[in-house]
Design a protein around this ligand. Sequence first.
Ligand SMILES: Nc1nc2c(ncn2[C@@H]2O[C@H](COP(=O)(O)OP(=O)(O)OP(=O)(O)O)[C@@H](O)[C@H]2O)c(=O)[nH]1
Ligand SMILES: [Mg+2]
Length: 368
Amino acid sequence: MSTLRFIMLGGFLGAGKTTTISRLARHYQNRGMKVGIVTNDQATDLVDTNSLRAQGFDVGEVPGACFCCNFNKLTETVGQLEKTARPDIVLAEPVGSCTDLVATVVRPLQQLFGGTFDVAPYAVLLKPSHGGRILRGEQRGGFSPQAAYIFKKQLEEADLIVVNRIDELSADEADVLTSLLQSQYPGTPVLRMSAKTGAGFDALAEFIEQRGRFGQRLMDVDYDTYAIGEAELGWLNSSLSVTAAKAFKLDELLLDIIARLQASLDEIDAETAHLKAIGVADGLYGVANLVSSFSPPELSLSSRGHVREAQLVINARVATAPETLTEHVERAVAAACATRGAKAQFQQTQSFRPGRPVPTHRILQPTA
Ligand SMILES: Nc1nc2c(ncn2[C@@H]2O[C@H](COP(=O)(O)OP(=O)(O)OP(=O)(O)O)[C@@H](O)[C@H]2O)c(=O)[nH]1
Ligand SMILES: [Mg+2]
């Protein structure tokens, strides 16, 4: 019986997982393979699902809980993709605040579904902005020690660590990060990449082609600390429509919302893990992001559209109370719309602190 290649790509919120998955998907498609993608979140209305679908990919979504806690939904979603898209390869993006994924996803797929899945080595992307601070042990890493714990555990279980965003790093900065990783995670290969420019991408693609004994690292996880770290983040997913009498530039609206949020969250000293907004209109789509309080807002995908109506999805993961986050998002959207003579109508907002992770399976023994 043929098995389905399953490639999961980990890393902290805003590390570049979706950007890399999109590049990997095109890479395999260019080689004549069919690709399915599975996204994952604690709630519905995902920027990533919308963005990957807008790019033309077949995407299944596991909403409501992380892959580890909603494992059956993961296999079910892959099963649905198999029926509709018949992929040769499935690319999966777990929630960026999740760890212990080898014990709760990789090994269950290897050991309980070995006839169905051929699981690739597990690569984890490093986000240099927060990562550098956390690896250097700086007090102000931006997050609590418990959130930093999750960040480190994500790296500890990796078969491969990939320093992403090297297009923004000097050679010296990349060297420092690499040697911090090599000393703190001895024995784990480290690659450098830019998911944006494609530099170093071939080495990642080559690494995850490998078959063999991966997912072997034994790792303790203190679920109390893990739960506190995840609950530190306010989580918000909103969907809304924007209408205006006169056409406005969609990309500028998205960037304005993110910039206003950055400024107002800065005033209350709330660190951003990732803010993202997608706008879709007339077959066009744009995405704006902010990956930390100390980096600039950016347009990761440009719509170049002048529109009078758009459908927006906003996802925010910020170290603050969910009610506070909701207020800030509503205010930023209202102000950004007002300057364009536009009106926003929120359809749905889900905002909460992630609950304690309770994995469906947790297999501590590496696959033989
Ligand atoms: N300069 C630069 N930006 C990048 C690179 N990779 C990703 N980004 C940007 O970083 C932001 C976050 O990228 P995503 O791919 O959405 O990150 P993610 O890990 O999927 O984030 P979550 O799904 O929220 O966990 C976007 O604005 C991307 O354009 C890179 O190599 N270089
Ligand atoms: Mg993503």
